[in-house]
Design a binder for this molecule. Structure first.
Ligand code: SF4
Ligand code: SF4
Length: 167
């Protein structure tokens, strides 16, 4: 599988410009993809809920934190607070988030492709490529950029100077 090859290569030796490349591709992906047409992350993988998330959202809903937790959340095998059910109960039929302004930090940051130090979260990107079409787009472009065979000047009979590929 091409992406397995890509991630093996990137993890072995992350390119110096990895953050810059991923951030540009992130911008490009989200110019093309509208989360309101998708919501796959909200349907298939819920966020982890921090103490602050639980306090903020329960207050927003006018509930005691313990009542909110009992109604919507559970503690998983890693001792993290997660949703009891998926799709997320706050996802509307129109793919809108019913608690958008106070949503969990993990929801605000997903799919994490605009974070710095991408070399530290390559495993997350690999996993999210199967969930998020924007990450799938980013990974596809990265395969083109980082796995493309570049013939040497001797093989191609050409000089290496000249316009660079714009990817
Ligand atoms: S899976 Fe990706 S594209 Fe889809 S809603 Fe979530 S962040 Fe947006
Ligand atoms: S809280 Fe909102 S953004 Fe987060 S998973 Fe639920 S619907 Fe999606």
């Amino acid at each position: 599988m091409a992406s397995a090859k890509l991630f093996k290569k990137l993890k072995a030796k992350p390119p110096r410009d990895l953050d810059k490349v991923v951030h540009q591709l992130h911008e490009d992906a989200f110019r093309k993809i509208d989360c309101l047409d998708c919501a796959n992350c909200c349907k298939t993988t819920g966020p982890l809920w921090t103490d602050r998330d639980r306090a903020r959202v329960s207050k927003h809903l006018g509930m005691k934190t313990a009542t909110f937790e009992a109604q919507y959340l559970r503690v998983d095998e890693d001792k993290d607070w997660v949703l009891q059910t998926l799709p997320c109960p706050f996802l509307g039929d129109d793919n809108d988030c019913g608690i958008y302004d106070v949503r969990p930090k993990a929801c605000r940051e997903y799919p994490h492709t605009d974070r710095v130090k991408q070399h530290q979260i390559l495993g997350l990107m690999e996993k999210n490529a199967a969930i998020c079409p924007a990450v799938e787009h980013i990974v596809a472009r990265m395969e083109e950029r980082f796995l493309q065979a570049r013939p040497s000047s001797a093989e191609s009979g050409q000089q290496t100077r000249g316009p660079r590929r714009n990817r």
